[in-house]
Design a protein around this ligand. Sequence first.
Ligand code: NDP
Length: 247
Amino acid sequence: MTDNITGKVIVITGASSGMGEATARDLAAKGAKVALGARRQDRLDTIGQEIEAAGGEAVALATDVTKREEVEALVAKAKDTFGRMDVMFKNAGLMPLSPMESLRVDEWDQMVDVNVKGTPYGIGAVLPIFKEQKSGQIINVSSVYGHKAVATGAVYCGTKFAVRAISEGLRQEVKDYNVRVTVISPGAVDTELTQHISEPELGDQVRGFVKDIAVPSSTMADMVAFAVSQLENVDVNEILFRPTVQP
Ligand code: NDP
C-alpha cells in the first residue's frame, strides 16, 4: 500500500452525483474499493458498473443517511464484500437556501436531518469497526458556509458549522485509537446541489453565481485522495478550498 489508497475500502454517501460520484470514480481508479450510498439506486448501479468496467471494484446500496439502519447496512455491505472498512466519506448533503422569513420549515428539517444527523449516523456505523481495528478515517463535508454565515443560508450554514463541531469533538475522542478525522469545506462546485433551491429568483441567482466561478467536482476527489494518502499517523484535520475568485 505505498500510496496508502490502493486496497482501502471507502464508503461514500451522496455517491449518486456531483462530488460524491467524482470521488468514487477517482478513488476507485486509484485502487480503492468503493461502497456507494445514496437514495437513487439506478444511478448508483450505473456508476458502480462503469467503475467495474474500468477495472475498479464497487458495490452499491440504496441508502438514506437520515435512516441510521440504512447507513449501518451500507457499512456492513462494504465490510462483508471487501473484508474490511477504512474510510467513511460522509458527503451527502442538501442546500435549499431561502430567507428564514419564508418559513420553509420542511426544508429546514431536511437540512438538519441530512447534513447534521446524517453525520453522527455515519460515525456511529463505523466507530465499533475502527475501534477494533485501531485504524480508520472519517471524512465529513462542511462548506465555506461552515466557516461564515450568509443571508438565505442561515440554516444551511448552521448545519455546516455543526459538521465541523461534531468532527472536532470526535477527533479528540478517537485519536488514541488511531482514527483520523478530516473535514473538507468546499466553495462553489457546479453540481446538482443548487437545483433544490425552491425560491425561483434565488435559485437562478445562485446557479448563475456558481456556474460563473465553479471548480470541477474532481477537485473534491483530489482533496479526499490527499487526506487519505497521508501516512497513517498524519491526520489532515481541515481542508478548505474554493474558486480563486470566490469571496
Ligand atoms: P449533489 O446534489 O450533486 O450531491 C448530493 C448527494 O447527496 C447526492 O448524491 C444525493 O443523492 C445525496 N443525498 C441527498 N440527500 C440524501 C439522503 N437523505 N440520503 C443519502 N444521500 C442523500 O451536490 P454536491 O456534490 O455539490 O454535494 C456534496 C456535498 O458538498 C454536500 O454535503 C454539500 O452540502 C457540500 N457542498 C457543496 C458545495 C457546492 O458548491 N456544490 C459547496 C459546499 C459544500 P440522492 O438524491 O440519490 O440521495
